[in-house]
Design a protein around this ligand. Sequence first.
Ligand SMILES: [Zn+2]
Length: 408
Amino acid sequence: LAAASRWLSDQLPLMIEQLVGWVEICSGSHRLDGLVEMANALEDSFTDLPAAFARHDLPVWETIDGQGNPHHCGTGPALTWTCRPTARARVLLGIHYDTVYDHPPQGRPAARWLSDNRLSGPGAADAKGGLVALLWTLRACERFALAPDLGWTVVLTPDEELGSPASHGLWTELAERHRWGLLFEPALPDGTLVAARKGSGNFSIVVRGRSSHVGRHPEAGRNAIYQAARMVTELERLHQPATGLIVNVARIEGGSPVNVVPDLAVIRLNVRIQAADQADALLQRLQELVRQANATEGFQASLHGGITAPPKPSDSRAQQLQRIVEQAAGDLGRTIQWRDTGGVCDGNRLAAAGLTNVDTMGPCGDGLHSPAEWVELDSLWRSAELAAATLHRLHASLGDGGVTGAIQ
Ligand SMILES: [Zn+2]
């Protein structure tokens, strides 16, 4: 392990070069060309791993456009590499390659140096830095035989920042075939890792009324914005932060010229839940709101969306894996802190599918999902070092029925 650590720290210049190259590829979640370009670059870079490669086309999914109509969206491919598939214990390592922000206008570089040790750019930390850390974790593991009897699968996905609408099924399928999961979302700026996460869901409510001329036939109109506003007032009542339930109405679309009664409003909201049992009650309440609107003469309403990331509790199985990460950190003379967060990631979906995972094995950074995002560059090798030490510990625990038996 000490030799692997030294080797990883020596590789930092190569890691930085690789990160800058990947940040320069514009793989915003809605940029199909950029996603494919990024997938091709990843395929080239991961090709030296001793693993079987597969490229997976993902299904299209439906969104509701600003006119309240269904619209089909596509994304880039998912990539997997599988090593030692018949090993009796297997680890799933994954991260996404899409970013929230697109690139600056043509011609300007996306990667900006803030200092010798800080790089800014779309996805610098979330999660192109994580992609670098993941690749070098496995290079170190295989080069120094840190976990020779452990099987592993790498999965890289194009749609996490949208809530994984296309890769959801693949994650669930992979969850069933592995014993542990490590995801390379960024660690918090001070190196703290995330333990529990809230759940999250996005909804659209389409409200249709009837348009009419305000001067000539005001009585014939059914104002969709008034109806939507009544619903929004009810939605605000559902917002109860004290119980961990967050309801955020983020946008209202629709409307008409001012002398026409508007016949369309689309309400967009995000919800966060603390516990899985809050989902059913919330969903019932939303459906009831829509039923009430439909019972009002002249109006039609429909509800779209759902909870796409169930809450990820820090339960006893999760805590056992957290202890192993702590032991791995101890092997490196480091300590680990944990914190809970309201943010969600594919770790939520893996946990819901039954796969115990730690999801912040990536480098440290901040300003995520904003143009100011940055990554601490020396944490690239430090996060790879911790993940490699964790695989080494997991491998060692194979002979210790107590730990693996309990986690399995
Ligand atoms: Zn991310």
